[in-house]
Design a protein around this ligand. Structure first.
Ligand SMILES: CC(C)(COP(=O)(O)OP(=O)(O)OC[C@H]1O[C@@H](n2cnc3c(N)ncnc32)[C@H](O)[C@@H]1OP(=O)(O)O)[C@@H](O)C(=O)NCCC(=O)NCCS
Length: 159
C-alpha cells in the first residue's frame, strides 16, 4: 500500500543531520561524478531494480539521490522521483549501519528537497514492513485502494 506524507509538516532536518555528523556520517545530495559508484553500490547491496531506479536520479537537475557516507564510503542512499513523479524511494542503509539514524536523515533530506521543489505532499510506496518507519518519522498515512499500486506487470528478474 502507498502512503501519503505532508511535506509542510516535516520534522526539522538539522537535529538529524547533526546527530549523523557526530557519528562521522555525512548525508548529502549525490553528485554527478558519483553516479557509477552509487549505482554499483545500490546494485551490490540491494537489487538491480533499485539500481535502475537510482540511475534515473542522475539524469535530472537537481539530482534526486541523497547518500550517506562515512570515511568516504557509501553506507546508505535514498531517491525520489524515479519511477513516477512525486514518489519517494527507494531507500536503503547498509545492514551493518542500521539503527543509527541514517535512514531517518536520508528520508527527511529527500522529503525536504521535494518540499523545496514545490510539492506539498509526497507519496511513498514500498513494503508493508517499512510502514512503521515512515509513520513514526514523518506521519505517513495509508492511501486507501493503492494496492497493488504502481509496481505491476513486472519483468522476471534473471540474476
Ligand atoms: C528502513 C531502513 C532504511 C531504516 O534505516 P535505519 O538507518 O535503520 O533507520 P533509523 O536508524 O534512522 O531509524 C529511525 C527510526 O525508525 C525506526 N525504524 C527503522 N526501521 C524500522 C522498521 N523497519 N520498522 C519500524 N521501525 C523502524 C527506528 O527504530 C528508529 O526509531 P527511534 O528513533 O525511535 O529509535 C533500513 O532498515 C533498510 O535499509 N531496510 C531495507 C530496505 C528497505 O526496506 N527500505 C524501505 C522500503 S523502500
Amino acid at each position: 500500500m502507498d502512503r501519503l506524507v505532508r511535506l509542510y509538516d516535516l520534522p526539522d532536518l538539522e537535529p538529524f543531520r547533526r546527530a549523523s555528523l557526530s557519528k562521522g556520517i555525512t548525508v548529502r545530495r549525490a553528485r554527478a561524478y558519483e553516479q557509477m559508484q552509487t549505482i554499483d553500490w545500490v546494485r551490490a547491496m540491494f537489487s538491480m531494480e533499485w539500481a535502475s531506479e537510482c540511475s534515473v536520479c542522475f539524469s535530472r537537475v537537481p539530482l534526486s539521490c541523497f547518500i550517506a557516507t562515512r570515511d568516504s564510503e557509501i553506507i546508505g542512499f535514498a531517491c525520489y522521483e524515479t519511477t513516477f513523479r512525486n514518489f519517494f524511494g527507494p531507500i536503503g542503509v547498509d545492514p551493518n549501519r542500521r539503527g543509527a539514524g541514517v535512514g531517518a536523515t536520508l528520508l527527511i533530506s529527500c522529503l525536504k528537497s521535494m518540499w523545496d521543489e514545490g510539492y506539498a505532499y509526497a507519496i511513498i510506496g514500498g513494503p508493508r514492513e517499512a510502514a512503521p518507519f515512515y509513520r513514526r518519522l514523518v506521519g505517513a498515512v495509508d492511501i486507501e485502494g493503492s494496492t497493488p499500486g504502481i509496481y505491476v506487470d513486472r519483468l522476471t528478474v534473471r540474476r
